[in-house]
Design a binder for this molecule. Structure first.
Ligand code: ZN
Length: 518
């Protein structure tokens, strides 16, 4: 009964590339090997390395098929293509080619397994030109197994070709590595994966929203196999679970345990607006919808990373967020690069905190509160730069300094200092901030205490006049120990709650100077 039904072929197998032309993204391998095959310059040992799902096993199979085909074809790009009809190709497509021996080193790691290979390599191929040993996950072989193999790889009989595949090339002994022709298979780009998904969807007559395929492409992280598997899963999911016939972003997000981009945007906006109550409410809704909070925090982190890139790189636009350009521009206009970077850092670290937390909802809530708090910190453009430890403070705009930070009779000195900075009167600015104690600054009287340095009284007087439009009286006295403005401000800042938040995120942060800018 059931055995008469055609077996469902998963997309990953159905759309596995069958020749160099179909192998997307691995141009170096396809061009070089096509040339070698066409010109009889094939190496005895080929090593394929790269992340999972990038096409190592497929490439190994394509190479095996191509080198044994007796009626090779060439396309317009000079790709060597198996004919598909000769005895070798037919036997290969049925998975029973007697001269292609596939070994999984993960299960056969010992020296005895390798001895079998060595013995079998002495016999000539039965139908093909070459006897081909494909050893997958070759890094799993034991040291003695590698040693046993070494001599054979160095001088393989003319009829033997080894194809090794591995995700962990660093675990292969150098003696073996140096005897192989090595190909590093690269991750596919976002666009390559997207094109691949669109092609499959078209052949399978799947209806889809472009954004849904973009989410799959992003989630696959450059692995064609992962992308194909997710698309396959999504096509079944929409029929069975969602009673839907369109692969849309909502279903894909739900299937992958991800939250909709529009919801992430909403939360980020609430955080920036400092709306703690609504942010926490939204988080709880997401939690109640059984979304995975760890993924969610990662998603926020990735979204913020792309905002940082949009801010820092001219004309950079994340293709995944094309539909949200207006919202993103609104955020970017109101946020500095440093604040965005800090937000990213909070959520990036937060993903790990959630993983190890005993209550992920509470941890996520605390992260959001921390994020809201960080948005109210002063500008810290320089704190991200390890070589500089200067924080820019603007006493008129941030919460570092309250009205009572300085005695009322000196509070106004900030405005004058900003004026000095604006006028490029840096020396006077520096002296007033660092070298003297300002006892009183109430128009039209300034009282200053100096330790040694003599202030340029005339110059100060004329600047005060320029600033305020009136004549000032200057009283200067001398004493040994003074409390400079900078000293007072530094102490205040270092004892502040705000700075402790900075310290939590940047443990090595210190404040070595304060610059009041105009
Ligand atoms: Zn053939």
């Amino acid at each position: 009964m059931a055995k008469n039904l055609p077996r469902y072929l998963p997309f990953a197998r159905k759309y596995r590339p069958k020749n160099f032309k179909e192998l997307v993204g691995q141009e170096i391998l396809t061009k070089t090997l096509s040339y070698c095959i066409n010109n009889q310059k094939l190496a005895g040992a080929i090593l394929l390395t790269g992340i999972r799902g990038v096409g190592k096993t497929s490439s190994a199979r394509i190479i095996a098929n191509t080198i044994n085909c007796t009626s090779l074809l060439n396309d317009s790009s000079n790709n060597a293509l198996p004919c598909g009809t000769c005895q070798n190709c037919e036997s290969f497509s049925k998975n029973n080619h007697p001269d292609v021996i596939e070994i999984d080193a993960a299960s056969r790691t010992g020296v005895d397994d390798v001895r079998e290979i060595i013995e079998s390599s002495e016999y000539r191929p039965l139908i093909g030109k070459y006897k081909i040993f494909v050893i997958d996950e070759v890094h799993m072989l034991s040291k003695s197994a590698f040693n046993a193999l070494l001599k054979l790889i160095e001088e393989p009989p003319a009829h033997v070709v080894f194809i090794f595949a591995t995700t962990e090339v660093q675990k292969i002994p150098l003696t073996v590595l140096s005897r192989c022709q090595r190909y590093d298979l690269r991750r596919l780009t976002f666009e390559e994966i997207l094109t691949l998904l669109k092609n499959i969807a078209k052949i399978e007559n799947l209806k889809f929203e472009e954004e849904a395929l973009k989410i799959i492409a992003l989630k696959s992280e450059g692995s064609a196999r992962d992308a194909t598997v997710i698309l396959d899963q999504a096509s079944s999911y929409i029929y069975n679970t969602e009673q839907n016939d369109i692969i849309d972003s909502k279903s894909v997000n739900k299937m992958l345990g991800l939250v909709q981009t529009i919801t992430i945007l909403r939360l980020i906006k609430l955080i920036i607006a400092g709306n703690t109550r609504e942010s926490i409410k939204l988080l709880e809704e997401i939690y109640m919808n059984s979304s995975n909070l760890e993924y969610f925090i990662q998603q926020i982190s990735d979204f913020l990373a792309s905002l940082v890139k949009e801010k820092a790189i001219p004309n950079f636009h994340d293709p995944l967020h094309k539909n949200y350009n207006t919202e993103i521009t609104d955020i970017l206009v109101g946020m500095s690069l440093s604040r965005l970077s800090i937000l990213w850092q909070i959520f990036n670290n937060g993903a790990n905190e959630i993983k190890s937390s005993h209550n992920e909802l509470v941890t996520a809530q605390m992260l959001i509160i921390k994020a809201i708090y960080s948005c109210n910190l002063p500008k810290i453009e320089h704190i991200l730069d390890a070589s500089s430890q200067i924080i820019e403070l603007d006493p008129s705009k941030n919460s570092f300094f309250e009205e009572d930070d300085l005695p009322e009779n000196t509070n106004n000195i900030f405005n004058f200092l900003k004026f000095c900075h604006q006028e490029k009167e840096i020396e006077l600015y520096y002296i007033l901030l660092n070298e003297v104690e300002v006892k009183n600054f109430t128009s039209p009287l300034i009282e200053i205490v100096v330790s040694t340095k003599i202030i340029q009284e005339k110059h100060l007087k004329s600047l005060l006049h320029k600033w305020s439009g009136i004549e000032w009286n200057i009283i200067i006295s001398q004493q040994e120990n003074i409390n400079s403005l900078k000293k007072t401000l530094l102490e205040k800042v270092k004892n502040s709650e705000d700075f402790s938040v900075i310290k939590n995120n940047f443990p090595n942060a210190d404040i070595s100077d304060i610059i009041l800018k105009s």
